[in-house]
Write a protein that binds this ligand. Structure first.
Ligand code: GDP
Length: 432
């Protein structure tokens, strides 16, 4: 999907604009284990056009950290979106921070819309018009709170927004897209450099696109892969505050563009909450997953025992992800990364024919019927795989299935069909 990013200082009304653009939409409830609920990217729809909206303002810094953090947010937005909406408080006018962001935005070839917010009635429009002098073209006066001017803005946005994201265009036949993720210092750039350095780096000339070069194509194992958002790995942002939010934003935005994620873990350190959180973001995104245990050269026997215990405890819910034990520094087992990626992507692409899937369900429910709850026993009437990437199943049932029973179905699916490296989504339609 094409990506629209919203950038701006704190309190200019970004969240209000996000809510206004998304409208009231019903939440899609998906049964994906380990999913966290705080997010920065949303799926939206406007007059039948679907898009992803990225709100870069989820973390609001205090005055000291403002310039750095807004700049960092703008940078992510520029890298990873197709269109940027830059929101300014028209009643306050452009501040020094706004001008700082403008300098960054001027460097991109991507369309930028200057949004003058808080123009609640027509008499205030001249205030918005004054934003002309920011040099970003015509300001769009809107009131995110009341909805005024938002439709006009979106009409213009959708005139220039591509139907699909510039990256997603290559979905068919193009190189497969990989995101390298992990907390700071796990070895992301080391891995990238090792991969790019020892193999041939394919020059990133993409005909007909005006994207900033944030991706790199690298030949590995005889085929070309596209590593997305490598600019985010190579270019380091030092933030005093909000670093976690920034990292999370970058992770989520990279996941938008990727098909498979390699999450790096540093085996010389205990597995942390941040590691688990990154993995949960991958699960939420529905992308395929490979776990790469890096810095294997630093592992001694003691640490190794702890590591296996930690994995069992903290990463049990992703035991289905292919695992590689590597050293980005020495190059140990880097060649195992490609088969792991291929396995995960194959699973991600897998489609089980409806007949087979129903035979699977029949056998499963005969052997292990759903427990009786309050005198009732929900039955599965029919099931079908509604989508791939990731495999998404819909079950038509006579009642709500227990979470435990749904996990059981997922486990069985994995036992029989593998699905190594891919999340499985199981949705239900209850028929009364
Ligand atoms: P990033 O923040 O995830 O991009 O991490 P870097 O690639 O910058 O690596 C952080 C530090 O870990 C650097 O000092 C690297 O040299 C070191 N490092 C990365 N991979 C390995 C590894 O496999 N073994 C060892 N011993 N050090 C590593």
């Amino acid at each position: 999907l094409p990506v629209i990013a919203i950038v701006g200082r704190p309190n200019v009304g970004k969240s209000a604009l996000v809510n206004r653009i998304l409208g009231r939409r019903e939440a899609v409830v998906e049964d994906t284990p380990g999913v966290t609920r705080d997010r920065v990217s949303y799926k939206g729809e406007w007059l039948d056009r679907r898009f992803t909206l990225v709100d870069t303002g989820g973390w609001e810094p205090d005055a000291r950290g403002i310039d750095a953090s807004v700049a960092a947010q703008a940078e992510v937005a520029i890298d990873l979106s197709d269109v940027v909406l830059f929101v300014v408080d028209a009643m306050v006018g452009a501040t020094a921070t706004d001008e700082h962001v403008v300098r960054l935005l001027r460097k991109t070839k991507k369309p930028v819309f200057l949004v003058g917010n808080k123009v609640d009635d027509a008499r205030q429009e001249p205030e918005a018009a004054a934003l002309w002098n920011l040099g970003l073209g015509e300001p769009y006066p809107v009131s995110a709170l009341h909805g005024r001017g938002v439709a006009d803005l979106l009409d213009e946005v959708f005139k220039v927004l591509p139907q699909v994201s510039a990256v997603a265009k290559e979905e068919f036949g193009g190189p497969r897209r990989v995101a390298i993720l992990g907390r700071p210092n796990v070895g992301k750039s080391s891995l990238l450099n090792k991969a790019a350095g020892e193999e041939r780096v394919v020059v990133n000339e993409l005909a007909g696109t005006t994207r900033d070069p944030v991706d790199e194509q690298i030949e590995l194992g005889g085929r070309i892969w596209r590593f997305v958002d490598t600019a985010g790995i190579r270019r380091r942002v030092h933030l005093q505050q909000g670093a976690d939010f920034y990292a999370s934003l970058r992770t989520q935005a990279a996941l938008e563009k990727a098909e498979v994620a390699v999450v790096l873990l540093d085996v010389s350190q205990p597995i942390s909450e941040q590691d688990v959180r990154i993995i949960d973001l991958v699960l939420e995104s529905g992308r395929a997953l490979v776990l790469a245990y890096n810095k294997w050269d630093l592992l001694d026997d003691d640490r190794r025992r702890y590591l296996e215990r930690e994995i069992e405890q903290d990463l049990h819910h992703v035991a289905w992800a292919p695992r590689v034990n590597i050293s980005a520094k020495t190059g140990r087992h880097l060649e195992k990364l490609v088969p792991a990626l291929e396995l995960a992507l194959d699973s991600w692409d897998t489609r089980i024919p409806t007949g087979k899937f129903n035979a699977f369900l029949t056998e499963l429910t005969q052997e292990h019927p759903h427990p009786v709850r309050g005198g009732k026993q929900p039955r599965i009437l029919f099931g079908t795989q509604a989508a791939t990437r990731p495999p998404t199943f819909v079950l038509f049932t006579t009642g709500f299935l227990d979470p435990g029973y749904r996990r059981f179905i997922q486990r069985r699916l994995r036992e029989i069909y593998g699905f190594e490296g891919s999340p499985i989504v199981l949705n239900m339609r209850v028929r009364e």
